[in-house]
Design a binder for this molecule. Structure first.
Ligand code: NAI
Ligand code: MG
Length: 334
């Protein structure tokens, strides 16, 4: 039977970059069926709901989704759709690889870092968010469980083993956040000890940011809690040419959603300026997840070739091609 992919074009630049990825996947002859579904502002305008039940049902049925960025309206009563999806489908691992391609405006040429971010707990667990009646005191609860920490750190080491990576760095703030980050670090040390062939290191998050900017080549796999992973992965995207270069995979035991790390980029939406590399590389992650390694490599190499030869690159990389011209260049190489 054909693998069905739930495709959520999303908001802003979403539909154009998702269209680019779908065209490319069709050209690769992966034999997928694509089921389209709405979420975000686009869904809200059509149905009055940010995340319609029909969309949730399709994600549940097909188990694999490719998703464009979603705009969560700012204001009361709107919980982040992304956070909801991650919690609902127990997508506990967020994989955010960054890889240097020559020909971007990045400052480094040898970056190959994968940030593995715990995706459902910590500061984003959504627990105990309160604002006092007088509006003077706000609170939120951060929760880390041993089970959650063990799952994410084990995921990181298993991935390192599978991909032949050498080092896993646990990033934390256990010196200040003694209970939450403390538990995470304790568990990270325990799990690391079970993988003697992989180098285990640990680093405090603020120093990590400085080290990433000064000497990023020292990093291989980073594993960390939700908030730190969110921030660090954007920093890592900046090391390889910006958010247009950064894909992400949300993976659970049963279901996976592949997306760009960036948002809906309202400043460039509808102008044919967006770099679709982020979702194209998310498609590469999806192909790897589905065990289609050859096609994944072919696609990554095609994108690399377009960017490194400077054939037709988008404005964020210093080129002058639009989303469609860049996509065409990738299609030609396939
Ligand atoms: P953003 O990531 O949309 O944009 C930040 C900057 O990066 C902008 O200058 C934008 O033009 C640029 N950029 C982003 N993607 C690009 C691409 N593919 N090619 C070229 N340039 C690109 O962040 P912002 O503006 O803070 O958020 C906009 C909206 O996106 C908000 O409503 C936010 O809630 C939502 N958002 C959604 C996410 C998701 O669905 N995964 C993640 C982050 C934000
Ligand atoms: Mg983010």
């Amino acid at each position: 039977t054909k693998q069905k992919i739930t495709v959520i074009p999303g908001d802003g630049i979403g539909p154009s970059i998702i269209e680019s990825a779908v065209q490319i996947l069709k050209k690769l002859e992966c034999g997928f069926d694509f089921d389209y579904a709405d979420a975000g502002l686009t869904a809200y305008e059509k149905t009055g709901e940010l995340l319609p039940q029909q969309t949730l049902d399709l994600i549940e049925q097909n188990k694999v989704a490719l998703k464009g960025p979603l705009t969560t309206p700012v204001g009361e009563g709107f919980t982040s759709i992304n956070v909801t999806l991650r919690k609902k489908f127990a997508l506990y691992a967020n994989l955010r690889p960054v890889l240097s391609f020559k020909g971007t405006r990045a400052r480094y040429e040898n970056i190959d870092i994968i940030t593995i971010r715990e995706n459902t707990q910590g500061m984003y667990s959504g627990l105990g968010q309160t604002l006092s009646d007088d509006g003077a005191t706000a609170e939120a609860k951060s929760q880390i469980t041993r089970e959650g920490a063990e799952a994410i750190v084990t995921f990181a080491y298993e991935l390192a083993k599978k991909e032949g990576r050498k080092k896993v760095t646990a990033v934390h703030k256990a010196n200040i956040l003694k209970s939450t980050s403390g538990l995470f670090l304790k568990v990270a040390r325990e799990v690391g000890a079970r993988y003697p062939d992989i180098e285990s290191t640990e680093m405090i998050v603020d120093n990590t940011c400085m080290q990433l900017v000064m000497n990023p080549e020292q990093f291989d796999v980073i594993v960390t809690t939700n908030l730190f992973g969110d921030i660090i992965s954007d920093l890592c995207a900046g090391l390889v040419g910006g958010l247009g270069m950064a894909p992400g995979a949300n993976i659970g035991t049963d279901c996976a959603i592949f997306e760009a790390v960036h948002g809906s980029a309202p400043d460039i939406a509808g102008k044919n300026l967006a770099n679709p590399t982020s979702v194209i590389l998310a498609s590469v992650q999806m192909l790897e997840y589905l065990g289609m390694k050859d096609k994944a490599d072919r696609l990554r190499n095609a994108v690399r070739d377009v960017i490194e030869t400077g054939d037709r690159t988008t404005r964020d990389l210093g080129g002058s091609a639009g989303t469609t011209e860049f996509t065409q260049a990738v299609l030609e190489r396939l």
